[in-house]
Design a protein around this ligand. Structure first.
Ligand code: SF4
Length: 166
């Protein structure tokens, strides 16, 4: 799988110390819908970042051998543009008896990625943060993540608590 970057110890995206992995591309949906420039998206510098080829085993070992980190956060650009890689990574951890929390940061809303959420429904201990970044909206503290999100339309849910229309 290709990743844009890895932060072996991240303390800002989840309440527990986490390994942060940046995956995916983006169609800049937040910027286009909000009518603002792509440069306003805090992930935009990653658009031109070089991608690195890694495998699940490498990421697993980076995580499991670090006594500080207690969760894994997958963030943007937009991880759902590489859904198969994200799924494979979580499954690899679960197959190796690591049930620590995974968090996926997405700009989508649940109704836009229903089939992917149904597939992920088999995974335990998985949190997804939903919603576009809305410029100038107030920030919102999210109780599930234990951190502040960039706009007040965004929220996080455990996968089992997500309501789908299907
Ligand atoms: S989904 Fe993420 S990367 Fe894409 S425009 Fe929104 S905030 Fe930026």
């Amino acid at each position: 799988m290709k990743i844009k970057g890895i932060e072996v110890e991240d303390f800002v995206n989840y309440k527990k110390p986490s390994m942060f992995i940046a995956i995916g591309d983006c169609d800049w949906k937040c910027c286009i819908e909000g009518g603002f420039d792509i440069s306003i998206c805090h992930n935009s510098p990653l658009a031109h970042a070089k991608e690195y080829e890694v495998d699940c085993e490498f990421l697993y070992n980076e995580y499991i051998n670090n006594p500080i980190t207690k969760a894994i956060v997958i963030g943007g650009l937009e991880p759902f543009t590489r859904f198969e890689d994200v799924y494979e990574l979580i499954k690899y951890f679960r197959d190796h008896n690591c049930n620590d929390t995974f968090v996926i940061y997405t700009g989508y809303y649940p109704e836009e990625i229903e089939s992917e959420l149904i597939s992920l429904g088999q995974m335990n201990n998985l949190i997804i943060k939903f919603g576009r970044f809305v410029k100038n909206a107030p920030k919102r503290f999210d109780d599930v993540l234990g951190v502040e999100l960039s706009s007040d339309n965004q929220y996080a849910r455990f996968i089992q608590c997500i309501k789908l229309h299907t």
